[in-house]
Design a binder for this molecule. Sequence first.
Ligand code: GLC
Length: 470
Amino acid sequence: METWNKLYSSTIESFLSKKKESQQVIIGFNVNIDKIIRIGTDTLRGLKSKNLNGTLLQNKIPTDINSIESFILCLLNAIEGGKADEKLIVAKDVCDWIENTFVIDEIKIGGQAGIMANLLTKLELADVLLSLPVYDESFSGLLHDKINISFDSKGVCLVQSITKLQDFENKRLIHYIFEFDKGIYHLAASNSIECPRQNRFIASHDTVNSLLEIKNCFKKYSLENIQKYSIAIVSGFHLVNPETQDNTTHYDIIAPIISMFKEWKKLNPDLKIHIEFAATRDKRLIEIIFQRLLPLVNSIGLNEQELLSILETTNVTTYKKLRNEMSSINLFEGILNIWVKYPHLRIHLHYLGYYLTISSRLHEKYAIKRKQALILSAVFAAVKAKNSSICSIVEINKVPCSISKSGYDEIERLITFLRLEYKSIDEIEDGIVSTDSFTVVGIPTIIVKSAQQLVGVGDTISVLALLLEN
Ligand code: GLC
C-alpha cells in the first residue's frame, strides 16, 4: 500500500513539472443537457403512483421507461443495487412528471462527448473538434468556447466557437441524472430500501442523440483534416433508438459512422479510435457494435455494469459468474473474454477501487507509461468526484492520495491468480504483468469520502487515461 501511495505522489509531481503538449483530438457524438437531481433519504417517500407497493422490486426491470411506474421501478432498482444505470424515457409525460416532482439541483453539459470535450479543452490538454448533433441554443453557455465546431460557410467547411454559431435549431435533449448516496431510502407505506454504494441513475429523453446524426460539415472537415488528428473518442451508441424514425434499423443509424471510420483510417492509419461504452440496453445494438465497430477501433472504455450487459449478450457463463461475484478475477475474465475475440483492442475497465486494462503484449516502457496515465486519471477522477468539476490541472496537487484498501487487495489477488494461471509471466512492476500474448495493467485508485457528484467521473477516467498514455 505504502509503495502505491508514494507512487501516486511522485507521478503527480512529475506530471505537474513537465510541459504539456496539446494533442489534436476529434470527439463525437452524444452531447446533451444533464439536469442533476440529488435524491435524499426522504425524497422518495411522497412518490405517488398507482402500482407502487412492496412487490415493486420483484418485478422485471423494463428496458425503456414508458410510464411513471416503470421509471420508479428503474430508479429503485438502481438505488437498491447501488448501480450506475441509464434508461431511455419513451413517454414524454414522464419528463413532465419528473420536472413537477423533483427539484433540479444543477444543469450541466452532458453526454460523454460533451463532457470529454469540455474537460480536455479546460485542462488545455487537447485542441478538440467536436461533432454536435444539433446547434442547440442551450449548449452555448455550457460548452467551452475554445472547442471547435464545424460549420458551413458558403460551401466551405470551417470551424469556430459555439458562441459564434447562429441559426440555432433549438431542440430539447434532456437527461435527468439522479444522484444517490449509500444509505436507507424511505418509501411510501413504511417501506424502505437500502443502497449499498453511492451512484447515479440516468433517465434520458432524447430523440436527437438517438439518431447519432453527423452534420455533413463535420464529416467533410474531419476528412479534409484527418492527418492532423492523433485520437478520436466516440460514444453515444447506447442512445441509438430506431423507434424515433420510420423504417430505420440500428444498423441504418450506425452505418454512416462505420463508413466515416473507414475513411478516417484509410487516410490516417495511425489515428487511434476509442469507443466509450455506456449502459447499452439492446442486444441487437451490442451485436452491431461488436461485429461492425470493434474491428475498426483501437480502444474501448467501460465500467462493470456495461461489461455485464455486454457479457449477457456475448458470453452467458462469464456473465453469470461476474453477476454472482464482482471480483477482480471475474472482471478480468470478462475483459479477457472480449480481448480474445478482438486482440487488437486496448480495453480499460473502471471499477470502484481499481482499474484494469488489457491489450496485446506491451513494451515495458509503454506499460509503465500506461500505468502512470491510469494513476493520473484516478487523481483527476477524485477531483471531479470531490468538487463535481475540474477547473485546472493544479487541482490534482490538493487531492489526499489515500489508496483504496479493497482495490489494493483485489489487484494483489488478481496478480496471484495470473501467476498460477499462466506458466510464463513477466512481472514488470507492481500492477504490470505480461504473458506471451497480453499485458495487464491494474492500479488501486484513490478513495473519495462523500463524493459530490458521480456523473461524468467514468468519462474523466477513460479520456485522461487514454490521452496521457499517448
Ligand atoms: C450518458 C448520459 C449522459 C451523461 C453521461 C455521463 O451519456 O446519456 O446524460 O452525461 O452518460 O457519463
